[in-house]
Design a protein around this ligand. Structure first.
Ligand code: FAD
Ligand code: DLZ
Ligand code: SF4
Length: 517
C-alpha cells in the first residue's frame, strides 16, 4: 500500500526555537511548510520588557535563517509586514487560505491561554490541528500528574529525588552521590568583599539584532525597560557559549554564593541561561549533563553542581508540572486575600529602600534579576505589603526576559505570595531586614537603618515582617514551620506590638498615597 503523507503546516512559536522540537520531526521538507510569526497579540498580551521582545524577535529571526539553511520551507511573518494580521490564528488562517494544507501540527504551547485558544482552531479553520507534547521537558505533564496523584503534599524535594533516580543524574547506583540528595545548607554564604566575579558572556548585536532593536524602539516605546546595551545570545551557538563559560568560570562558586546579593552586581555566579532554556536555544538535559561532566571530570564541588542541577531538574520541571496540574484555577488564587495595588516604584525604582531600588533598577536595565533578588527582596516585599496576586503576577510576567506564565505563575502565586495556601511552599518566604543584610551589602547604602526596629529610620522590612505575621495569625498561626516566630511575637510587649502596628500603618499610608517610602 502506498503511503501519501498529509501536506502539513507546522507552526513554530517564539519559545520553540529548538531543532529537536516535536513538530519538526517527520517534517516532509518538500511538501510541508513551517510558519513563524511575530505578532501584536503575543508581543502585547502583557507589555513585555523591551529587551525581552528584542531578544525573542532576534532569536526567532536567527532560528529562521538556520531552518532555511537546513532545507525547510518556511513562511516568516515580520512584525512590520503590511499583511501581518496581528495574531497567530490570523497568520495560520492567512496561510491556509493561500495554500492547501491537510493538517496543522504544533507543539503544545507553554501557556495555558494559547493552548486553550489552539483547541478551537480545528473548528474555526476546518482543518485538523494536531497538538504534540513538548518533549523538551524532562517530565511530561502526565508524568507529573501521576507523581502528584494521591499525595497529600507536592513538595519539590520529593519530585526532584524521583527525577534524579529515574534519569540517573548524580547517582551512585541507587544512592545520591555524596550520600545526600540536597546540599542547600552549604549554599548560603555572603559574598566576600574582594571576590572576583567573572563578567557575563556578551555578544555585540549583529545586523539582525540591530534591526530588531530599532523596531522595538519604535513600536514598543511605551513598554517597560531599557534597550541599551543589548548583549544577549540570539543563536544556539552563542547560547552554548554562555553555558560553557558558566561551567568553566562560575559554576565552581554557584553553590556557595547562590543566595548572595551585591550592590551594582546583578549577575554574580549565576548561569544566565533561563532566557535560552525557556525559548528553546538550550535544552535542559544538555545543561544538566554539562554540569555533571564538570563534577565527574574536573572535580567541581558537589554543593555547586547539585545546587545547580536541582534548579534545572528539580524546580524548573516541578513548577511546569504544577502549573499544568493546577490551571486554570491557579491563576486566581489569593489565599491571604491580599488586596493592595502594586506601588508605582516597581516601575521606576524610586524608593529609599535600597534593596528594592537596586533589584528594580537591575531588572529595568537587564530584564534579569537573579533568584534571591526576585524571591527575598521583591517577592518578600510583595508578600509583606499584601500586594494583589494579579498585579504581582503581571509585573513578573512583564519584566523578565525569561518570563512565561508556566514558570512565572507558580513562582509568584506559590513561592513568593503563598497565594495557593501552601501547595508549593510549606510556609511563606517572609523575612525581616536581617536576612537581606546578611546576604547582601544593600543595607550599607540605604537611607534606612537595618538594625533599627521602630521609628522613621527603621528598616521597613523589620516592622512589616511582624505586621504580616500578626495580620495573618488566624490562618498562619498553626503552621508548624512558623511556630518559632509566632512564639517570639507572643512574648513581645504590648508596646512593641503597638509600635509595629503604628510604623506599618504610617508606611502603608504613605505607600497608598504614592509618597516616596
Ligand atoms: P540560575 O540561578 O543560574 O539557575 C539555573 C536555572 O535553573 C535557571 O536558568 C532556571 O531555568 C532554573 N531555575 C532556577 N530556579 C527556578 C525556579 N524557581 N523555577 C523555575 N526554574 C528555576 N524563572 C524563569 O525562568 N522564568 C520566570 O518567569 C521566573 N519568574 C520567577 C519569579 C519569582 C517570583 C521567582 C522567585 C523566581 C522566578 N524564576 C523564574 C526562577 C529564577 O529566579 C530564574 O529562573 C533565575 O533567576 C534565572 O537566572 P539564571 O538563569 O541565572 O538562573
Ligand atoms: C513572548 C513572545 C513574544 C513577545 N512575541 C511572540 C511572537 O511574536 N510570536 C510568537 O510566536 N511568540 C511570541 N512570544 C512567545 C509566545 O508568547 C509563547 O509562545 C507563548 O506564550 C506560549 O508559551
Ligand atoms: Fe532593604 Fe532595609 Fe537593608 Fe534598606 S535597610 S537595604 S530597606 S533591608
Amino acid at each position: 500500500m502506498c503511503f501519501i503523507p498529509l501536506r502539513t503546516l507546522r507552526l513554530i512559536l517564539g519559545d520553540q526555537l529548538s531543532q529537536s522540537l516535536p513538530s519538526l520531526q517527520e517534517c516532509d521538507k518538500t511538501n510541508d511548510w513551517l510558519l513563524m510569526a511575530e505578532v501584536r497579540e503575543e508581543a502585547t498580551y502583557v507589555k513585555h520588557h523591551k529587551k525581552k521582545i528584542a531578544y525573542l524577535f532576534s532569536a526567532m529571526r536567527h532560528f529562521a535563517v538556520e531552518l532555511r539553511a537546513e532545507g525547510y520551507k518556511l513562511h516568516y511573518t515580520h512584525y512590520e509586514d503590511e499583511s501581518n494580521t496581528g495574531s497567530l490564528f490570523g497568520e495560520v488562517q492567512q496561510l491556509c487560505e493561500s495554500q492547501t494544507f491537510e493538517r496543522i501540527v504544533v507543539t503544545q504551547s507553554g501557556e495555558y491561554r494559547l493552548h486553550q485558544e489552539m483547541q478551537s482552531w480545528h473548528q474555526r479553520l476546518g482543518i485538523p490541528v494536531v497538538i504534540l507534547d513538548d518533549t523538551r521537558f524532562l517530565s511530561s505533564i502526565n508524568d507529573f500528574k501521576r507523581w502528584a496523584q494521591g499525595r497529600k503534599q507536592l513538595r519539590m524535594e520529593y519530585f526532584y529525588r524521583e527525577m534524579r533516580k529515574s534519569l540517573h543524574i548524580l547517582m551512585d547506583n541507587d544512592q545520591p552521590i555524596g550520600g545526600k540528595w540536597n546540599f542547600d545548607s552549604a549554599n548560603r554564604k555572603a559574598l566576600p568583599k574582594h571576590i572576583q566575579i567573572p563578567n557575563p558572556t556578551r555578544f555585540g548585536p549583529d545586523e539582525i539584532t540591530q534591526k530588531v532593536i530599532a523596531l522595538v524602539r519604535e513600536r514598543f516605546a511605551d513598554h517597560f525597560g531599557d534597550l541599551d546595551d543589548f548583549h544577549y545570545a540570539t543563536t544556539r551557538e552563542q547560547a552554548l557559549k554562555v553555558l560553557d563559560e558558566f561551567i568553566t568560570e562560575r559554576l565552581i562558586n554557584f553553590g556557595d554564593y547562590q543566595d548572595a546579593m551585591a550592590h551594582d552586581k546583578p549577575w554574580l555566579f549565576h548561569s544566565h541561561i533561563s532566557f535560552y532554556l525557556n525559548s528553546g536555544l538550550l535544552l535542559p538535559m544538555e545543561v544538566i549533563a554539562a554540569a555533571e561532566v564538570a563534577y565527574r571530570q574536573y572535580a567541581l564541588p558537589l554543593n555547586a553542581v547539585e545546587g545547580f542541577i536541582r534548579q534545572v531538574l528539580g524546580w524548573r520541571e516541578y513548577v511546569r508540572g504544577l502549573y499544568w496540574l493546577k490551571m486554570p484555577d491557579y491563576q486566581s488564587e489569593n489565599f491571604l486575600n491580599a488586596q493592595r495595588r502594586l506601588p508605582g516604584f516597581f516601575w521606576t525604582g524610586k524608593t529609599k529602600m535600597n534593596c528594592l531600588s537596586q533589584c528594580i533598577t537591575d531588572t529595568k536595565k537587564n530584564a534579569y534579576a537573579h533568584h534571591i533578588q526576585r524571591l527575598m527582596v521583591l517577592g518578600n516585599f510583595a508578600l509583606l505589603a499584601g500586594l494583589h496576586p494579579d498585579d504581582v503576577n503581571e509585573w513578573y510576567l512583564i519584566v523578565y526576559a525569561d518570563a512565561y506564565e508556566w514558570v512565572e505563575l507558580p513562582n509568584v502565586t506559590g513561592m513568593i505570595l503563598f497565594a495557593d495556601g501552601g501547595v508549593l511552599a510549606s510556609k511563606p518566604y517572609a523575612a525581616s531586614g536581617a536576612y537581606i543584610n546578611k546576604m547582601s551589602n544593600y543595607c550599607q547604602h540605604c537611607h534606612y537603618n537595618v538594625k533599627e526596629k521602630e521609628g522613621a529610620q527603621a528598616c521597613p522590612f523589620n516592622y512589616l515582617y511582624w505586621d504580616f505575621l500578626s495580620r495573618h495569625i488566624e490562618i498562619l498561626g498553626n503552621n508548624p514551620r512558623l511556630g518559632m516566630p509566632y512564639r517570639t511575637w507572643a512574648k513581645m510587649s504590648d508596646d512593641k506590638h503597638q509600635a509595629v502596628k503604628r510604623d506599618s500603618d504610617i508606611f502603608f499610608k504613605m505607600l497608598d498615597a504614592n509618597e516616596e517610602v
